[in-house]
Write a protein that binds this ligand. Structure first.
Ligand code: PEP
Ligand code: MN
Length: 631
């Protein structure tokens, strides 16, 4: 059963509830979740739930109907999030594990590590103890293999995963790798599961060759019951009558497992198919079906591989797979997990990576040079920074996540035209990105032309539709001018510079005129001078530490019931927190349900704000702090 505790339960009451349950011969596992603190109760003894429900500090008791308890969704509502070094697993992230089937030599694993990292993998795989069908086949390099894997991890910054086949080698494998893998053949090895569970490491549990989903989750239960918290499930194909593929990939297991369990579920399309050219479509299918990640075998020269060559991808195939995953992620509104940029990696004496981002800060923005976003960057940073122009807002997020830029500058709202919804949605889709600052700038539009142009020579005007709309009074004074929409204000300036015609002008910032060496024909032509855009500065979560923040941005959804939003806002009101903005956005895939974005002032006493966040969890769903910053 699950015992949900009151939000503000006293420590002594909590102790009493625990002792009461343990006295009955049951085991208690405390889980402090995002939304509530619960006791998971497991054991072979019947205890009347009403006896627990009446104890002080107990909110409610939920019996768990499934045979697996700790692994079940009933036990824990929210997805389990796992952190392995710089990589976060679970929720809306897509995590790619790649590497050879087995570590074959120092050179092979270093080279593969470099290849898969370059293409975007974030965790390196490689077996050192191989479960082979034939006793005469290559069995793995053992500890030597683990050492090479560790070296590759240090050189690339990628955490690693490797299989542990027997209880005797747990301590050894654990010393070298970040994730212990239980292979398909050992899914039923309950003794091994108990011992691995107690090892305190993240575990990837592969589905048994002929295991039902229930049996699969029961094995996860073994790990959880023996102390493991961080478990990744991995569907890797099951045995069926079909012989064309090595196994039959059970794609439907993904949505089923996601419904039954809170644990992240990965897919291994390599062992599932056994055929190289089936790996890509199955990997994409798995991700489309909702997998939190994939584990793929890649080898620099698969034809020379000591094991599983026929299913190992060539480096180019893996690169293509990553590009396709990248194209798929936005459709699913997911973030592809990326490693932060690290030091240059030298393999076989060759410099193989772009140099680390050092010294000058680099800030990504959407648009062309001279755009209002770039102006916001210059005004915010008050120092010499490099800028990185991106075509789309999503590219800004990706550049920051991948470490190609330290920061991103994105507009969130304009005082005249309202919110830039795309960026609100992206903030939600990129859970590893945080807001760390804000800049409001006044939008002054100018008519810009070639140095030889005059107001009289102009016949057509280019700009972003918003630029044209915001200068409507000025344009009405020139009714004969043709108005041409362009994707970007600064881009329209670059366009007329390129055309070189004195009859064409653009509407944009002075900076865009300067950048393109053009002339301002008329300054300040916007109809309403009260035209401001609010930008926020984003960065990777681990770099987002701001001292004495004064403002926070949050997002959450609520239950679909009367007064739900009111109850949440009341928490802020009761603590006298000043709300600066409230915006609702439809939840993708759930018509007529909404996420609420809130900006709120942080009081001087920051713990007060943290308490408010805790309290809010009781009245909201999917609460996320998008950032705390100074204004
Ligand atoms: C592996 O991933 O190295 C492996 C042997 O996979 P499985 O246990 O799924 O066959
Ligand atoms: Mn293999």
């Amino acid at each position: 059963m699950v015992v949900v505790l009151e939000h503000n339960i006293k420590n002594k009451d909590k102790q009493y509830v625990r002792q009461f349950i343990e006295k009955h011969g049951l085991k208690v596992q405390e889980i402090v979740g995002e939304e509530e603190t619960i006791f998971g109760v497991v054991g072979n003894v019947a205890l009347d739930s009403r006896e627990v429900e009446i104890l002080p500090g107990v909110n409610r008791v939920i019996p768990i109907s499934s045979p697996y308890k700790l692994a079940s969704r009933e036990f824990k509502k929210e997805d389990t999030l796992i952190t392995v070094g710089p990589v976060k697993i679970g929720g809306s992230r897509i995590v790619v594990i790649a590497g050879p089937c087995a570590v074959e030599s120092r050179e092979q694993i270093l080279e593969t590590a470099h290849i898969v990292k370059e293409s975007g993998a974030v965790i390196l795989r490689g077996g050192a103890y191989k479960p082979r069908s034939s006793p005469y086949a290559f069995q793995g390099l053992g500890e030597k293999g683990l050492k090479y894997l560790k070296e590759a991890s240090i050189k690339t910054g990628m955490p690693t995963i490797s299989e542990v086949m027997s209880a005797e080698t747990i301590d050894l494998v654990k010393e070298y790798v970040d994730i212990l893998q239980i292979g398909t053949r050992n899914m039923y090895n309950f003794d091994l599961l108990k011992r691995v569970g107690a090892a305190g490491k993240t575990v990837m549990l592969k589905r048994g060759l002929s295991a039902t989903i229930q049996e699969f989750l029961m094995s996860a239960e073994y790990l959880l019951a023996h102390g493991a918290h961080n478990i990744i499930l991995c569907e890797r194909g099951i045995r069926t009558f079909e012989t064309y593929t090595r196994n039959t990939l059970d794609i439907s297991a993904i949505p089923i497992v996601k419904k039954l369990s809170h644990l992240p579920i990965f897919v291994d399309p390599s062992h599932a198919t056994g055929i190289r050219n089936k790996v890509l479509p199955m990997a994409l299918a798995a991700i489309a079906a909702g997998a939190h990640g994939i584990s793929v075998e890649v080898h620099p020269t698969p034809e020379k591989a000591l094991s599983d060559g026929p299913q190992s991808l060539y480096p180019e195939q893996f690169e293509k797979l990553m590009r396709d995953v990248e194209a798929l992620a936005p459709v699913l509104e997911k973030e592809i997990a990326r490693l932060p940029k690290s030091d240059s990696v030298t393999i076989s004496g060759k410099q193989t990576r772009a140099p680390k981002l050092k010294g000058k800060k680099r800030v990504a923005f959407q648009g062309e040079r001279g755009s209002f976003s770039e102006k916001a960057i210059i005004l915010y940073f008050e120092e010499d920074v490099d800028t990185l122009a991106c075509q789309e807002f999503r590219e800004v997020f990706n550049a920051v996540l991948a470490g190609d830029a330290h920061y991103g500058m994105i507009p969130l709202e304009n005082s005249l035209s309202g919110s830039i919804h795309e960026n609100y949605d992206l903030l939600l889709q990129f859970p590893d990105i945080q807001i760390v600052g804000e800049k409001k700038i006044r939008i002054v539009h100018n008519l810009i032309g070639l140095p030889e142009a005059t107001l009289d020579s102009i016949k057509r005007v280019y700009s972003h539709p918003q630029g044209l709309a915001q200068c409507s009074h000025f344009l009405e004074e020139h009714p004969t001018w043709e108005k041409i929409s362009f994707y970007d204000t600064a881009g329209s300036v670059a366009h007329i510079a390129e055309m070189g015609k004195t009859d064409s002008a653009a509407i944009a910032s002075i900076e865009a005129a300067k950048f393109n060496k053009l002339k301002v024909l008329k300054e300040g032509i916007e109809t309403n001078p009260q035209n401001y855009t609010r930008f926020v500065i984003i960065t990777r979560e681990e770099n987002a530490r701001i001292e004495n923040p004064t403002k926070a941005s949050l997002v959450f959804s609520t239950m679909d019931e009367p007064g739900a939003l009111f109850q949440a806002l009341k928490v802020l009101a009761n603590k006298k927190l000043n709300m600066k903005k409230l915006e609702s956005r439809p939840i993708p895939g759930k018509p007529w349900e909404y996420m609420f974005y809130i900006d709120v002032e942080i009081p001087l006493e920051i713990t007060l704000f943290k308490n408010v966040l805790d309290e809010l969890k009781a009245y909201t769903e999917n609460l996320r702090l998008l950032g705390m910053y100074r204004i």
